[in-house]
Design a protein around this ligand. Sequence first.
Ligand code: ZN
Length: 82
Amino acid sequence: MRIYDQENRTELVGIICNKCGKKISVTKGVPQEDSLHIEKSWGYFSQKDGIRDSFDVCEECYEKWVADFAEPVLSEENVELI
Ligand SMILES: [Zn+2]
């Protein structure tokens, strides 16, 4: 869950892991720990057509979540292009 400042609602001020409730601090709009942010707009062939879901998961919860997958996550090293 992403928390934005009360005044103009544009600056990210905090992230809370939707799974475990862990607070990830944000300094000057920059999260101090990496996490997974997902946004999904459900479409026509879904029971949730027209609904937009979003959530955040900390790295520890992400690791536990994907460990349950029947097929492993495709994991590759990022290569920076010159
Ligand atoms: Zn978590």
